[in-house]
Design a protein around this ligand. Structure first.
Ligand code: CO
Length: 214
């Protein structure tokens, strides 16, 4: 059996394991989803969303891209936020970055990377926003780690800038937005303890979208 064919064998084993004590598992799963969480993470193969949180199918809605970026002209990301917040009514949105992120590292290089240029520009903008703090870190490896964290912080702010999040929070008191970083060398995730209420207040000084259009 080739490694590729093995995937189907793995799938059959997974299905069988799920049905051992619960024959109707997949029939029930097919009916609906009501995940409490929306996870936005890096596409990196070493950070599997469900596994790091110990969540089963149906328990987390997931969006992943290079370096876990949320920008307002990305129709894919905006559609995921809209659906997760307004239709699924998730209680928590988690932006999860990770150390050793190739996307963040690439954005620290003085190189032309083709179509990755406009994508990684978002990370260079995060660097510019926090230039004073980052330039004060003498060790490049430490600066890289801090940029990973600051990128997560800025992406949580971008999530909070959306009308869906602002309006849902005003009406229902959810979702709350969190920023995490995963340490690949230990597997552990750390909550950056972003003060959601304070950030929301701050964001709404300029980006308030909760008013009604007449
Ligand atoms: Co990454």
């Amino acid at each position: 059996m080739t490694p590729y064919d093995q995937l189907f064998e793995n799938n059959r084993r997974w299905v069988a394991a799920k049905r051992v004590n619960d024959d109707g598992y997949f029939e029930r799963l097919a009916e609906s989803q009501q995940p409490a969480y929306f996870y936005i993470g890096c596409a990196d193969s070493r950070v599997p969303a469900n596994e790091i949180m110990g969540l089963e199918p149906g328990e987390v809605f997931v969006h992943r891209n290079v370096a876990n970026l949320i920008n307002n002209t990305d129709l894919n990301a905006m559609a995921c936020i809209e659906y997760a917040v307004r239709s699924l009514r998730v209680r928590h949105i988690i932006v999860c970055g990770h150390y050793n992120c190739g996307g963040v590292l690439a954005a620290m290089q003085p190189r032309d990377m083709g179509i990755l240029n406009p994508w990684l520009r978002n990370i260079r903008d995060v660097y510019r926003l926090h230039e004073r703090e980052l330039e004060a870190i003498p060790e490049v490896a430490q600066r890289y780690r801090r940029l990973v964290e600051l990128n997560v912080v800025e992406q949580t702010r971008n999530v909070i800038k959306t009308a869906a999040v602002q309006q849902s929070f005003l009406a229902h008191g959810y979702p709350r937005v969190h920023g995490w970083v995963c340490e690949l060398s230990t597997g552990l995730v750390r909550d950056l303890d972003i003060d959601f209420d304070a950030v929301l207040r701050d964001i709404k000084q300029i980006y308030d979208l909760t008013g009604h259009a007449d």
